[in-house]
Ligand binder design. Structure first.
Ligand SMILES: [Zn+2]
Length: 220
């Protein structure tokens, strides 16, 4: 991010004109970034600001796609297993119940939280935040939910769950007659739309849109 031609030192500039690199703490003058452009830290190369065109509309489409995939991904069969004449169908929900009934209550609760509850809460937070930005209403609630979303980010572990499913498929494929279910396709779709949503929903644009009212009143 090149520095401005403005000769004032950083200490004399208002806070909203400054930006700090989250990676190496370098303080810089904040430059306007054009659509589909990004600003990177000149010291460590971290992507500080990225401006996505039509961010809310694209992110809303992705969050709705992810929410529509959520139910089939969790409740439709991930795989159908035929072993010694016995056929079983497994879903993510039946996996949680199976852990619970085999006495691993703690693991069942952890899997339930990290693979079902937190991913759903994250998506609902993102949906409400995007609607607050779109309709310019309840921005205080939007700020609160976006902060909450950042706290939950590390706890949604769909990738880990997918890795577990892939490992079990590789292990079981030689031992039993294995058929992959529609639930697995929905689960992969859910994971991909979540990753795409995270890339599309530029944090700086979200914070700026939610905080626009607050900044206006502060600088007045
Ligand atoms: Zn940096």
């Amino acid at each position: 991010m090149p520095d401005s031609a403005d000769p004032r030192p950083l200490s004399e500039r208002p806070l909203e004109e400054l930006v700090a690199c989250p990676e190496c703490d370098l303080l810089m003058h904040r430059q306007p970034v054009e659509e589909e452009h990004k600003a990177c830290c000149p010291r460590c190369g971290y992507e500080i600001i990225v401006h996505r065109a039509h961010m809310e509309r694209r992110a809303l489409a992705l969050v709705l796609t992810a929410l529509m995939l959520y139910v089939p991904a969790n409740f439709l069969p991930i795989m159908k297993l035929n072993l010694l004449g016995q056929t079983t169908q497994d879903t993510i929900w039946s996996g949680v119940l199976g852990l619970y009934h085999s006495g691993m209550d703690g693991v069942a609760v952890l899997v339930f939280l990290c693979s079902m509850v937190i991913p759903l809460l994250k998506l609902l937070c993102q949906l409400v935040v995007l609607l607050c930005i779109r309709w310019q209403v309840m921005q205080g609630l939007g700020l609160y939910l976006y902060r909450l979303y950042h706290h939950m980010r590390e706890w949604g572990m769909l990738e880990v769950y997918l890795m577990g499913i892939l490992v079990s498929i590789v292990k079981l494929i030689d031992m039993a007659d294995l058929h992959l279910g529609i639930g697995l396709a929905c689960f992969i779709g859910l994971l991909l739309s979540q990753v795409w949503l995270e890339v599309t929903m530029s944090p700086h644009q979200v914070w700026d849109s939610l905080d626009a009212g607050g900044h206006a009143s502060e600088s007045a």
